[in-house]
Design a protein around this ligand. Structure first.
Ligand SMILES: [Zn+2]
Length: 135
């Protein structure tokens, strides 16, 4: 599924497409603007990621955390990765979730919402992508 998004065969609201990975909106976000960052190659868990790929991949995750906050005007972010347990898609992915003080997210209870329509999702993707590109 995520390999299909990387290959461009499965539609997604992309925010980044780089050598170190691809980032796109989660279709069932915890909060709108929730981004998934995946390596281009098919790997299942963090343990599978080669050491030489770590700096590039996590640098991209770091940049997305900054871009989500800047692009969406959120108070902060929650960055997380499930390995095996609670890992809904068996392709390594890091969640970058916009957070706002008082947003009600506590512990590891993950409520999910939906975008009203494609136009709303596209708007969130464009704001994060623009912040990633910088001024
Ligand atoms: Zn895959």
């Amino acid at each position: 599924m995520f390999c299909g998004i990387v290959a461009g065969e499965v539609p997604a609201f992309r925010v980044a497409d780089e050598a170190d990975g691809v980032a796109f909106l989660d279709t069932r976000p915890v909060f709108k603007g929730h981004v998934l960052v995946v390596p281009r190659t098919h790997l299942v868990t963090l343990a599978d990621l080669p050491a030489e790929a770590l700096p590039g991949y996590f640098r991209l995750v770091q940049r997305l955390a900054v871009a989500v906050e800047a692009g969406l005007g959120s108070g902060g972010t929650f960055v997380a990765m499930n390995n095996k347990v609670s890992q809904s898609v068996p392709h390594l992915h890091t969640h970058v979730v916009p957070r706002t003080k008082g947003d009600g997210l506590r512990g590891f209870f993950w409520p999910r919402t939906r975008y009203a329509d494609d136009a709303e999702a596209r708007g969130y993707a464009e704001r994060v992508a623009a912040a990633l590109a910088g001024p």
